[in-house]
Design a binder for this molecule. Structure first.
Ligand code: PXL
Length: 281
């Protein structure tokens, strides 16, 4: 099994490739990387960060890989620095995903109802085109709203199934993370996802109050790693959601500022043990 992770390198702040690479590798899967940009920190909650767009380097990297005849079982894309890079990712799928392989798109664009810095409506439009090339789509609720045109203010009233349904026009197996809802008197964070047959299912974990940076990256990386090891989607979603929630819980306990990302390192062993157990069933 071989995964290609396309994402930026934020040197500080634990997101994107500094999260994807350790988590996917720990799952026991080769993780090659295509860095889209190098930043001194990510763009959420820091000011004064450096941002080197690597678009100019990418064609030569891909030409070299073509000479090696590389093919990937899974390609997962995340933060892309520009509209041109969205087009580039579409080409990477066409050239490097093996027939029958899985394209996972995390349309990283925003959170808490707002787009991140540097993104605008034109970027959202272009991202819809990449989502149409995905086998599995893993936006958070904010990104799902931008992709479907459903206002965030409406979605947070609990219309999550409608958001999932609307995403179906882009991708056969969409999911939406971070859907807050009260279940049995308790606030839960639910993922509305598609099982292997494409039917809508939900999985809920305890809602931990606060905005935690890099949670989406932990979730999507664990999901890719588990799927690469051969779990079904139900299992991959359960393991990834529990791993992410446990990481958020520990980060809150540690009291580190949210912008420095999740303490997923402390929860990695439990996640891997749960993955191992699910594979032996
Ligand atoms: O975690 C998402 C993400 C990834 N990469 C960069 C970001 C963000 C969110 O702010 O700024 C550079």
């Amino acid at each position: 099994m071989r995964i290609l992770a396309i994402n930026d390198i934020s040197c500080v702040g634990k997101c994107s490739l500094t999260v994807a690479l350790p988590i996917i590798s720990a799952c026991g899967v080769t993780c090659d990387i295509l860095p889209t940009a190098i930043l001194s920190t990510h763009t959420g909650g820091f000011t004064g960060y450096t941002f080197r767009d690597l678009s100019e380097d990418i064609p030569a990297i891909l030409d070299h890989w073509k000479s090696l005849e590389l093919r990937y079982d899974i390609i997962i894309s995340g933060y892309l620095g520009s509209i041109a890079q969205i087009d580039m990712v579409k080409g990477v799928k066409d050239s490097f995903l093996r027939p029958g392989g899985t394209m996972i798109v995390d349309p990283v664009m925003g959170d808490n109802g707002k787009l991140y810095a540097h993104f605008d409506d034109a970027y959202v439009e272009e991202m819809k085109g990449l989502c149409r090339k995905a086998d599995i789509l893993v936006p958070n609720l904010t990104e799902a709203c931008y992709l479907t045109g459903i206002p965030y203010s409406e979605a947070i009233k609990g219309n999550y199934a409608a958001v999932w349904q609307a995403l179906k026009s882009l991708c056969p197996r969409p999911s939406v993370t971070g859907c807050d809802e009260k279940i049995g008197g308790k606030m839960m964070s639910t993922v509305y996802y598609s099982d292997d047959a494409g039917n809508m299912k939900t999985y809920s974990t305890e809602k931990i109050e606060g905005a935690f940076h890099g949670a989406g990256d932990v979730y999507s990386s664990a999901l890719a790693g588990a799927l690469a090891r051969g779990t079904d989607m139900d299992t991959a979603v359960r393991l990834s959601a529990e791993f992410t929630t446990a990481s958020i819980r520990q980060t809150k306990k540690d009291g580190t500022p949210a912008r420095y990302g999740l303490n997923s390192e402390s929860q990695m062993l439990s996640f891997l043990e749960a993955l191992d157990k699910s594979l032996k069933k």
